[in-house]
Structures are given as structure tokens and as C-alpha cells.
Design a protein around this ligand. Sequence first.
Ligand code: CP
Length: 306
Amino acid sequence: MANPLYRKHIISIPDFSREELELVVDTAGRLKQQPRGDLLKDKLVASCFFEPSTRTRLSFETAVQRLGGNIIGFADGGNTSAKKGETLADSIKIISSYTDAVVMRHPKEGAARVASEFSAVPVINGGDGSNQHPTQTLLDLFSIRETQGRLDGLTVAFAGDLKYGRTVHSLAQALSLFGARFYFVAPEVLAMPDYICEELDEKGIQYTVVDSLEDVIPEVDILYMTRVQRERFDEAEFKKIQGQYALRADMLKTARPGMKVLHPLPRVDEIAVDVDATPHAYYFEQAKNGVYARQALLSLVLNETV
Ligand code: CP
């Protein structure tokens, strides 16, 4: 079968079909079970992070190196010629002339799409402002299937910052291809954006907006927590809602036995440390799965057959 992701830009979850998402999840599962050291041999990947990152950048770098590839790049756009006024278009033209793929995180929504228009090689979006984080979604899907045994027909609650949280936008769009049912648990000021709700309405996906985290815990297969993003927020407003919708271990007594708590991380105070020792905590394994999901994606983008 032809690999539909070969040489494709990876910018946004709506660009993926259900079959393409399943292909990445299946490939990640194979690479977790049977590690390979050769799939990126002779490939050079650029890692261009104009915004801070721990997991996305380092898991991409780990993925490339463990598959036998090489990586160049920067972790701070302030040390590049962007600081001298070079446009993103010019920077990407140059970087893509050196490498086989460009992984990029940028604070501006739409920056990855712009980069893809000027790049000679595939661009992989590592997060663009509050818009999309498609590779996080791939590792989330992988973690969900690993824990639930399926992607179809799950009940998922998203809690916290649903307005600026790019990971929840991407994941809600992806799970809508698998007939999910959603609960959105957030203060009004951080509600899921209208454009996502409208997309769900068009697809006939059910969602319910609720105030109480405790009310949804017994109902869900996955509780997806998010951080209120201080860096995207007015400080006075941040203080008002900080700590609201925080999860503690005692709140999980009513959870289904197989329910898992996911979080893209970093967490601040929205998941108490006592949750870590419960059988519901899966966020650290989820972050580890980032390596396998990104190995799968890079292998598929850079090889005609995997
Ligand atoms: N989940 C995530 O994107 O984490 P980083 O910001 O550390 O990359």
C-alpha cells in the first residue's frame, strides 16, 4: 500500500483522514514493540523552536537520533536571524535547503502553514500559537488506544483552558472522526472556541458544557486535563481562575477502573501530585509515547515505505 504521508506537510489535524491517523498510531505501536535504528539513516531534520518546549523538542530529537538520523536546529528563536528582522519565509527557505524535514514551533497561529508554503521539504507543526498541535494529538491518540484498546466511541472530558489550549483543539477534531462524545469543563472565559463547536455540530458529535469536574469523572473513559496558560493570559484574570478545575486523588474514587487521566504537560497546579500514584494517572507514559508517535510520523513522512 502506498504511504499517504510520504513527503506531506503535517500542519493541522483536519488535514488528516481517519485512516492516516490510524496509520501513524499503528506504526507507533510497532516501533514501541520493536525498536528500529535505521529508518532515518542519512536523513537530516531541522528542529526550529521559536517558543519554549521540553517534551516536543526533545522527543523529536530523541526520535530522530534513535532512528539513526541527524538533527540540527535551535531552541530559542532569539538566537537566530529572526532577531535581525529576517522573515519566517526567508528563514524557512534557507533551512529547508539544508535538510530533509523541518519541525517547527512558533508563537503565531498559522505560522506552520506559512512555513510550508516556502519550504522545499515537509514542515511538521510542533505547535503554532493557540491553534494546533498535531503531533501532540498523534501521541494522545496512541496513548488513548493503548489504554482503552480502541479509538471508536469513547467518552472524553476536556478540562481547564479549552480556549487557548491548542492540544484540545487538535484532539477534539481527531476524536470526532471516531465518533467520540465530549464533555467540556471550563470557565466561560476559557470555553472551547465556537469554530470547534461548529465543526462538531456539523459532524453530529455530541458535547456537553459542564461546570463541575467531579460530575463528569464517573462518566468518562478519558479525562484530558490542561494547564491554564499564564503566558497567553491577562495576569488579573489568570489569578481569578488559577486552581479552579484542579484534580485531586480523592476526586477519582468514582472513576471507572480503566479511566485514564491525560495531560499534555507541563502541569502547574491542575493535577495534584497525589494523583500520580493512582492507577488513573497516565500523563508520564503519554509523554514517553511522544517519542514513538514522532518516530512513526517522521518515518512515514521521510520514507516511501515503512
Ligand atoms: N506537550 C507539550 O507540547 O509540551 P512542551 O511544551 O514541553 O513541548
